[in-house]
Design a protein around this ligand. Structure first.
Ligand SMILES: [Zn+2]
Length: 166
């Protein structure tokens, strides 16, 4: 942990060291890559830290500090923020994974198969429009057969829903 009593070779200041690096970098890292953010934050806290006066890392351990060691409240805030950011990142990843899985599932779902009833219904409709165009609706040109009866028997067991004109 930083927060060590150090004397600075750069500016001659003696006092409590700060963490290396910048917490903003931790936040930016945490938004995109949570694990590197944790590693970066651990790195910031290892070693002697940097001079609180000039930010230099040319520091040596010292026991000449006259003020009290700063409290660790800042560390608790950092951990809290990281926890929240981590939670948000996990939720976003979960949502992304979920929608990706759904998209994948939808892609692999075959078109719903038409039932035999649907196929015969489609056949019936195309058969009716066929005989209407031929001028043989509702009675065929033999003058006695109902077009609908013929279409119905022709469409029985239709495989593709299309009426096959005789
Ligand atoms: Zn310094």
């Amino acid at each position: 942990m930083a927060n060590k009593c150090i004397s600075c070779n750069n500016c001659g200041h003696t006092g409590w060291s700060k963490n290396r690096g910048n917490f903003l970098i931790t936040i930016v890292l945490a938004i995109f890559f949570f694990v590197p953010a944790i590693i970066y934050e651990i790195w910031r806290r290892t070693g002697l830290g940097v001079c609180e006066n000039c930010g230099s890392d040319l520091v040596l351990p010292s026991n000449a500090c006259t003020t009290n060691k700063p409290s660790d409240v800042g560390d608790l805030i950092v951990l809290g923020v990281l926890g929240i950011v981590g939670g948000i990142v996990v939720m976003i990843l979960y949502a992304l994974a979920d929608s990706a899985i759904n998209a994948y599932k939808n892609r692999n779902t075959p078109e719903p198969q038409l039932s035999q009833r649907d196929l015969e219904g489609n056949c019936l409709r195309s058969g009716m429009s066929y005989y209407q165009k031929q001028g043989e609706y509702p009675i065929l040109k033999d003058g006695k057969t109902l077009a609908l009866d013929k279409i119905q028997s022709d469409c029985k067991g239709s495989k593709d829903g299309k009426y096959k004109a005789p």
